[in-house]
Ligand binder design. Structure first.
Ligand SMILES: CC(C)(COP(=O)(O)OP(=O)(O)OC[C@H]1O[C@@H](n2cnc3c(N)ncnc32)[C@H](O)[C@@H]1OP(=O)(O)O)[C@@H](O)C(=O)NCCC(=O)NCCS
Length: 218
């Protein structure tokens, strides 16, 4: 029987801006943990570039006459967690968060949690391999570190060594989905297989231990 590819069907691989209840929840509950890289573009001049995020871009704040819009090129979306690694509870969201906004829940964003759990790192497909992923992940970790509000940044990702069956039967042919070594390059530690079963499981835990930011004493 063909094993379902765990990387499939998650919001991490959707084009940014596509409707997703999880993304709406996270952007509403903890927008301060989300980071975007934007670029000003004149749609008429970029019409042949086929940038996936151009069609949902909003006009720049100064409403230029040439119709310039601010286009999302890369994004990180996260929540806070009380756990040292990403759990299934972190990946979920309370289904009644809109109708019962003050209700406490063990699922989803945990205000005050000392772990920042990254749920989505994505670069516009046309611009992948240009260094934007490196730029945003390094800036993000530095920003969270400087805030002094977290002890670690956590995430789960796939490791190619675990997915040969998947590769052999053609379920998943994109080796770039397997990012353990990618995150290690930026200082994340690989903690081994994750207990998270989100999207079918098969994940690996990655953690970046933060340092207390230095403060200047005058
Ligand atoms: C994964 C992703 C965020 C990487 O961003 P990117 O902008 O394409 O990558 P960068 O250009 O910043 O790559 C930086 C370096 O990592 C290397 N790299 C890229 N993918 C890699 C991988 N899978 N494993 C190891 N190294 C990798 C690059 O070759 C580059 O090396 P260099 O600086 O020596 O040239 C991007 O490809 C993406 O959005 N993919 C789809 C969504 C996704 O898989 N998100 C991750 C969820 S865990």
């Amino acid at each position: 029987m063909r094993r379902p590819c765990p990387a499939r069907g998650t919001e991490r691989y959707r084009a940014p801006g596509v409707d997703s209840p999880q993304i709406e929840y996270r952007l509403t509950k903890c927008p301060e943990l989300c980071l975007g890289v934007f670029c000003t573009v004149v749609p008429e001049e970029a019409k042949d570039f086929d940038l996936a995020t151009l069609r949902m871009a909003k006009p720049v704040e100064t409403d230029r006459e040439n119709g310039a819009v601010s286009v999302l090129l890369a994004q990180i979306i996260s929540t806070r967690s009380n756990a040292n690694v990403v759990t299934d509870a972190d990946m979920g969201y309370p289904k009644d968060w809109k109708s019962a906004p003050g209700k406490a829940s063990d699922v989803g964003h945990q205000e005050g949690g000392r772990s920042v759990a990254i749920h989505s790192l994505a670069v516009a497909p046309k611009l992948q391999g240009c260094g934007l992923g490196k730029l945003i992940i390094k800036s993000y970790v530095q920003q969270i570190n400087n805030s002094g509000t977290a002890d670690r940044v956590t995430l789960i990702c796939q490791d190619v060594r675990n997915c040969f069956a998947c590769l052999l039967d053609g379920c998943c042919t994109n080796r770039h989905q397997y990012l353990v070594t990618y995150y290690q390059r930026f200082g994340f530690q690989h903690l081994g297989e994750s207990k998270a079963q989100f999207g079918g499981g098969g994940w690996h835990d990655m953690v970046f231990h933060l340092e207390v930011p230095h403060t200047n004493v005058c």
